[in-house]
Design a protein around this ligand. Sequence first.
Ligand code: PMP
Ligand code: GLN
Length: 382
Amino acid sequence: MTPVMHSKLPDVGTTIFTVMSGLAAKLNAVNLGQGYPDYSMSPELVRLVDDAMKKDFNQYVPMQGYMPLRESLAEKVEFLYGTAINPDSQITITPGGTYAIYTALTTVLEPGDEVIIFQPGYDSYIPNVEINGAIAVLVDLKFPEYKIDWNEVRQKISPRTKMIMLNSPHNPTGSVLRKEDIDQLRSIVKDTNIFILSDEVYEHLMFDGLQHQSMLRFPDLMERSFVCFSFGKTYHCTGWKLGYCITSPELTKEFRKVHQFNCFSCHSPSQVALASFLKNKDAYLSLGAVMQEKRDHFINLMKGSRFNLLDSKGSYFICAKYDRISDEKDTDFAIRITKEHGVAVIPVSVFYKHGIDNKVIRFCFCKKNETLEAAVEKLIRI
Ligand code: PMP
Ligand code: GLN
């Protein structure tokens, strides 16, 4: 007899990224849905991995991560954000940013804890909170700028608030935190036991001269923050699933208790390769300009379309309203244009717990120019 299964996540289906990329592949549609580049990563980085394998870096590295990589990361953080981080006691290498987020949540959450989550938000956050028996307290970003209403955050803070989750640059909207947001955050968490989880996987993808407001810039916020990153986003290798978490020595100790019995340690050759590749500052300092050029190219091409593009200040996403085209639900619209017009996109309502539908879809523009051009040729006919 098959035992009765009570789902721990009864409301969760298959992620939209799997659904839309599956549909795009089946229909041979241009895929501006799931966020990953369709161009090659650096051949130099590929060569360094090859070298590492040939030099026999093929066994476990330490549970915390390959030390030279953590040292390179500490140097990078000091260079970018002016904060000294101890590579031994504050950085842990993880199999991707998503895992770092899940591990941080699992490290601190107890049943009944509340977590402030902004929506729309990356789709792993709420299930990650709920599987720990905690409660997602939702705050809607103000449409259409997708800004944080800090008064609403204040109203939703309770004695059970354990954590606030932030994501800048933001997926799916491309909005970014400003210095005013940091000031508000600071005044809210000061003298509380509230932790911060800061998802900064798009740290380098900032546009229009704006500065990334990393928690790592602010020692008072840093001491209560788990700051999560992804090498996949920085080095165009999303399939590597390698990332890291930076936090205080005390929180790192607890984070590693969870990490060591889940993954233990991550892929060795790529860590060895990244340890030296990270010294090349241009590889990450040039990213914002490269991606901004792609954003602008896409915006220019879309001028002839009936979509209304919203503002994108960072990440590799830009959203658009389609109310001049249709009043369909965004999920139906996304599927229909994939099937009928051959372009896969992501409906933004899936990033809301109760599917709030502002008739907005998300385009991913970290694609070859020819891919963007092929997509827009189809989109302007809709
Ligand atoms: N957070 C956000 C907002 C993302 O868009 C992504 C990309 N999938 C991640 C975290 C996780 O990245 P990784 O692929 O390294 O798990
Ligand atoms: N972060 C990517 C996106 O938002 C995809 C990640 C995933 O497929 N889980 O499209």
